[in-house]
Design a protein around this ligand. Sequence first.
Ligand code: C2O
Length: 547
Amino acid sequence: RSTRFYDFKLHTMTVKKLCNTKKIVAVNNMSPGPVVYAQQGDRVIVRVTNESPYNATIHWHGVRQILSCWFDGPSYITQCPIQPGQSFTYEFTLVRQKGTFFWHAHVSWLRATVYGALVVYPKTGVPYPFPYPFEEHIVILGEYWLQDVVKLERQVLASGGGPPPSDAYTINGHPGPNYNCSANDVYEIEVVPGKTYLLRLINAGLNTENFFTIANHKLTIVEADAEYTKPFTTDRVMLGPGQTMIVLVTADQPIAKYSMAMGPYMSAQGIPFQNISAIANFQYLGAVPDRISIPARLPSFNDNLAVKTVMDGLRSLKTSKVPREIDTNLFVTIGINVNKCRSKKPQKNCQGINNGTMAASMNNISFIKPTVSVLEAYYKGNEGFFTDDFPGAPLRFYDFVNGAPNDAPIDTNSMKGTRTKVVEYGSRVQIILQDTGTISTENHPIHLHGYSFYVVGYGTGNYDPQTANFNLVDPPYMNTIGVPVGGWAAIRFVADNPGIWFVAGVWFMHCHIDVHQSWGLGTVLIVKNGNGHLETLPHPPADLPRC
Ligand code: C2O
């Protein structure tokens, strides 16, 4: 086991993109930022110095943070932000985890430019479940705004309306030839004919889910959210923000230049978005470099079937240890709603649909981040920062057998609160996530910190325990699940694995579409440890930022 040390400096950097010059926050002069490489079992130490003008934190997406919840990173959940001029050192051990992860800022909308890959290789001598390819590449899907993203979030929240679409989709930061002034701002992989390549796909996009495809080539998924899957071969994949995937691609086509394309999956209706694709090159060695590339065909933006096909194909490699008995069963509606406008002045705060204020909630509660971190308040026993009454079911009657999605009880006015759900250590948890909405339903990528969970079932319409079909044999083990539009997904996990490790702590569960998170689509699970005592919660590090 070794220690990997990284130094992250956050600062503003000038970039030229889309015929414009602007300042963004970047890490070590790069966006995407530096790749963190480690091996399973390693200790990772990253000193983050914030020389940017904005509050910052870094989250290690998918890392379980066993005995290290202070270093998880979500602002006001496990830590106060690192203020400009300050620094904080993240330290964690990659216990039993390997695969494709990423890191990103977890405060405001800074994640739009502050993100990068975290690659964890298996222990030396431990083979991959597939022949190791010739070469590997990291392919990060992103979104780029010409506006300052931190100010943009504030504006959107103050207006009560929805966010403008991003100005470009990007592949490893490059928009590609579909955008003005970007003909040469193209990411390229050069491939040797006949060889197989491993692509680590990461969706770091802020507010959209995305399809990815390579012209004329098959993609074989072998890992999803840093867990191996049975190989599944497909023409295209869909990743919600927060999801990662390994696909294998063989350069088995005639020598040429092929497009890799990323485009939007927009399951909601009536929301403005850019129906443009970011293009990168999959360039065969020996192909004429300046030739136009063979175009890739993405599914149409609302192709729910294409999404379901990928989801159906995700199966754990090994027979899973999915809990069969359940101690804690939660039914959680997720959705977007419009609250009555609070402002008397017309146009202020009321630019949501029907002149209301856009909001989002779980079980009708719009989550408000407290003014100190939930973890710190919990650890110190300080009262008044959160409550432990997150409802285990929607607050009003919900007829999940006869109701239609639009009957769901959440769409008038959501309540604001910092309500958490306390879960006993060792309990076997099932959460049914039900998409609802009177405005529009949509696919929400729900992410849980601190754990991976088995996706044991999903379907369209309302969850019906009588007819729901569960896979308890080989469900995928993920940390972010795209709940089907107007449908449901059931996840199970053990909180935690007694005798093996402790993941007592405070864990955020939220929609990984940032505007939905800003509107309150989240809650916090507090996992009590052992006997309900606090002693096995690790002590806070000395340099933990103050609020
Ligand atoms: Cu990748 Cu709470 O996030």
